[in-house]
Design a protein around this ligand. Sequence first.
Ligand code: NAG
Ligand code: NAG
Ligand code: NAG
Ligand code: NAG
Ligand code: NAG
Ligand code: NAG
Length: 369
Amino acid sequence: MRTTTTGRAAPPRLLFLIVLISSAAAVAQAAAASPVLAQMALSECPAKCGEVDVPYPFGIREGCSLNRRFLLECNTTLEPPELLLGNIHIQEISLEKGLVRVTLFIGRDCYDQQGEKLNRGNMSTNVTGSPFSISADHNKFVAIGCDTLAYYVASTADGYASGCASICRDEDSVTNGTCSGIGCCETAIPRGLQYFEADIRSYHNHTRVWRFNPCSYAFVVDVDRFTFFRANVSANYAYELVKLPAVFDWAIQDSSTTCKNGMPCDRGSSACRSDNSGWRPSNDGRGYLCACSPGYQGNPYLSRGCQGTLKLLHGSRPGCSARSGQSIARFIQLPIAVFRIRLFQRKLLCQKRFSKKLYVITCLVSLKI
Ligand SMILES: *[C@@H]1O[C@H](CO)[C@@H](O)[C@H](O)[C@H]1NC(C)=O
Ligand SMILES: *[C@@H]1O[C@H](CO)[C@@H](O)[C@H](O)[C@H]1NC(C)=O
Ligand SMILES: *[C@@H]1O[C@H](CO)[C@@H](O)[C@H](O)[C@H]1NC(C)=O
Ligand SMILES: *[C@@H]1O[C@H](CO)[C@@H](O)[C@H](O)[C@H]1NC(C)=O
Ligand SMILES: *[C@@H]1O[C@H](CO)[C@@H](O)[C@H](O)[C@H]1NC(C)=O
Ligand SMILES: *[C@@H]1O[C@H](CO)[C@@H](O)[C@H](O)[C@H]1NC(C)=O
């Protein structure tokens, strides 16, 4: 601003624009500095289970979730309290990303030195009838062992199965950090999987590798949170239950209110209750997720859940309507802009470098808005 006042008679229209832009930027900065504290659960409903946030459409009390599918359990007799879906422990729910972080038990197949089976725990996960599916983007099916054939049966109905084998003779051939078939193998998971069971087998009951590898393991794991180490081959979890992090996708699915590709037919029948919200396909393609329009934050599933941040007023994502939000934002912004123009005008007059003509023009312009 200072550079324009010392310059020689800059065109008034340009000056006006500069004032408007700088004051809009100031408003945006102020808004960004104070985070929006939007309500995340229905009123009168618990918004947390222990330390874990439970945002609507999820709920932990009858009548507090979108429907029964989104009703989770909070076991408060445990210390700390645990958020559960059946026996699956939920550690974090993300509305924005459409993901939840969970922990899942690993499957094992352990033997003694003589090749007698010690313990066998198939790992099965069944989230049929829930909003969840095992995220194909974030997880892999991993098996660990040197006498190991592991596969997962994805659905009992169509007999879908996939898996991998890992064979090795000695510990030295197993390398840290690489899960490529020697001591560790991995395979991808199909999108939208809601039920699977890992089946672990061995060729020689681990008799040839027992001194360094008594068990085979198989599990679904978040690849970002799992690194394979040589030491994992030697681990003996025959009498220990071990859990590892995994990621689920979730989706709103409602065949009575959705049209093409599981997307809502219209705004009114969708679960996107807030103004300034829209929808997008869920990560697993089974349904949809709601999102606040650009420049808004909060919970799109609650009426008035999306709160303006005035940060990104321009441009809107496809499928999201930001129109009414923009007019509200302008309504707030304009008085501040006008105030700033008045201050600027006073400054101009004091400096006496500008003609009265310029003052009149900026006055007219500020009256017009
Ligand atoms: C909570 O967990 C404990 C220990 O696992 C169990 O005994 C109890 O039945 C659980 N409570 C509920 C309400 O599920
Ligand atoms: C593990 O899965 C296999 C194959 O599906 C089955 O035959 C076996 O009984 C299961 N074992 C346990 C302990 O559930
Ligand atoms: C998975 O869960 C659904 C719903 O609870 C149930 O109907 C189905 O039988 C279960 N499948 C298996 C293989 O246990
Ligand atoms: C494998 O990684 C572990 C843990 O970082 C380390 O202690 C070990 O020395 C490594 N072994 C090899 C062969 O690199
Ligand atoms: C592995 O053990 C099973 C029973 O536990 C036995 O029937 C089978 O013959 C054994 N196989 C080998 C190669 O030792
Ligand atoms: C694998 O080994 C590393 C290093 O010893 C350890 O930190 C990690 O917990 C092990 N993972 C499993 C699944 O046992």
